[in-house]
Design a protein around this ligand. Structure first.
Ligand code: CMC
Length: 427
């Protein structure tokens, strides 16, 4: 059986053989299908890239029907249980798990690049104190690029490595400083004696104590949440990182673009939207009315549904369990009851079952974040910190891929044909 697709163009009666590889056809082969020599050739039309592979990637595998997520072949459940976020970052970026000495070197390098230039404080002070933390993070990522002129040299592997380490190291610092700025509290400098998550907590929460000691259960929970959010193949923000990076833009600005995509309520902003929704529902009695509103399409059930997962999101299952572990330390989040009941009702309702709408990663993560003490507008920032590792791995893979070029989708022009300019007095 030949791996080809035979296509007959009924406009001309001509037949074409298009190769099939990896379950795809090259869209460029359609260009050969023409009515005559003047014809541009066929294109495929795929708004929102619902059925278009934009790259080859060896980083993350998802089987949405079966609810499978693997980084470099390792199941997310095993990584969440046994690995650490920094080890997972190494895995995503380098393709293999590190041995002990590779891991030690990696952790050491990241730990020693956590400081940011003092001028970043001036940049921060330019924001209104109550500006959305994600808007600040997007801007500060772009600002960081202005400190590292050499990062524009994206074709140099050593330069890339250096800035990958800097970004992973500095994300918690700028994120934590956004948080402190929001609260009008002094910025806390990194403590290199702490873990990645522990130091993040230090920069967020330390007050007058000479040395901050993170609660080990919360530190572990944050690290697991970081692992779960580290990559998710070609989603909206990763595609933004790849598209912007394909212009050979430096990694800081490429990641600023990715973070801007993540900001949206349909993507990384969903965890914030879930919490606002649960607060609005307020008590169990309001759930049936809320569900009716969703079914009448007045609104969406935030934290439900996914473009790829049409089974349970495997990250949601891990987070649900994690939530109980965090609540054992922080006390139960009163909104948990509403979330559990909402999930129960939705999972048994034909509207949601028919559309294969299940809780996604954001449904329970917000409850954990809130219990740890984060305001809702900070939630997407907590998503962006670990996702930076995934964005960088994907950005680097794109740059190394000889098949990639500057991203440039085609369009179907639907506007007016040529017409003469109309002077103002004739309009
Ligand atoms: N509540 C109610 N109905 C929904 C929802 C929802 N959350 N999600 C999808 N639907 C319905 C939608 O109305 C449509 O129904 P119909 O076919 O009758 O018109 C059907 O399900 C298919 O929806 P879609 O909008 O075509 O699906 P999509 O793949 O374009 O959207 C999604 C995926 C995640 C944007 C969407 O499910 C959604 O808006 N969910 C809520 C926001 C959310 O939780 N986002 C976080 C995603 S996971 C983390 C991340 O990627 O950042």
């Amino acid at each position: 059986m030949a791996d080809t697709l035979t296509v007959k163009d009924n406009r001309t009666g001509k037949q074409y053989e298009i190769p099939i590889s990896d379950g795809t056809i090259p869209a460029s082969a359609l260009r050969e299908i023409k009515v005559d020599d003047e014809d541009f050739g066929l294109m495929s039309y795929d708004p929102a890239y619902k059925n278009t592979a934009s790259c080859r990637s060896a980083i993350t595998f998802i089987d949405g029907e079966k609810g499978i997520l693997r980084y470099r072949g390792y199941p997310i459940e095993q990584l969440a249980e046994q690995s650490s976020f920094l080890e997972v970052s190494y895995l995503l970026l380098k393709g293999e798990l590190p041995n002990q000495s590779e891991l030690d070197t990696w952790v050491d390098k990241i730990t020693h690049h956590t400081y940011v230039h003092q001028y970043m404080i001036q940049a921060m002070e330019g924001f209104k104190w109550d500006a959305h933390a994600m808007g600040k993070l997007v801007s500060l990522l772009g600002t960081l690029s202005t400190f590292y002129e050499d990062s524009k040299n994206v074709r140099n592997a050593a330069v890339r490595d250096e800035h990958i380490i800097k970004i992973i190291a500095k994300m918690p610092t700028i994120a934590a400083w956004c948080f402190r700025h929001m609260q009008g509290r002094p910025y806390i400098y990194p403590d290199n004696g702490l873990s990645y998550a522990g130091n993040f907590m230090n920069m967020l929460f330390r007050m007058a104590e000479p040395q901050y000691k993170p609660d080990p259960a919360i530190e572990k929970a944050l690290d697991v949440l970081f692992i779960l959010h580290a990559d998710h193949e070609q989603n909206c923000s990763t595609s933004a990182a790849r598209a912007v990076g394909s212009a050979e833009t430096d990694p800081y600005c490429s990641l600023a673009a990715a973070a801007a995509a993540l900001y949206g309520p349909l993507h990384g902003g969903a965890n914030e939207a879930v919490l606002r929704m649960l607060e609005e529902i307020g008590n169990l009695g309001n759930i049936p009315g809320f569900i009716e509103g969703v079914k009448n399409r007045e609104r969406r059930l935030m934290g439900f549904g996914h473009r790829v997962y049409k089974n349970y999101d495997p990250r949601a299952r891990i987070i649900k369990k994690l939530a109980h572990e965090v609540f054992a330390v922080t006390g139960k989040n009163p909104l948990l009851e509403i979330a559990l009941e909402l999930e129960k009702i939705a999972l048994n309702d034909e509207f949601f079952v028919e559309r294969k709408l299940y809780p996604n990663v954001d449904f329970y993560s917000g409850l954990i974040y809130q219990s740890i003490g984060f305001p809702v507008e900070f939630f997407p920032v907590l998503f962006a910190i670990p996702r930076a590792a995934g964005w960088l791995a994907q950005w680097q893979e794109m740059l190394m891929d000889p098949e990639q070029k500057i991203a440039r989708p085609m369009q179907i022009y639907t506007g007016a044909g040529e017409r003469a300019y109309v002077p103002m007095d004739k309009r």
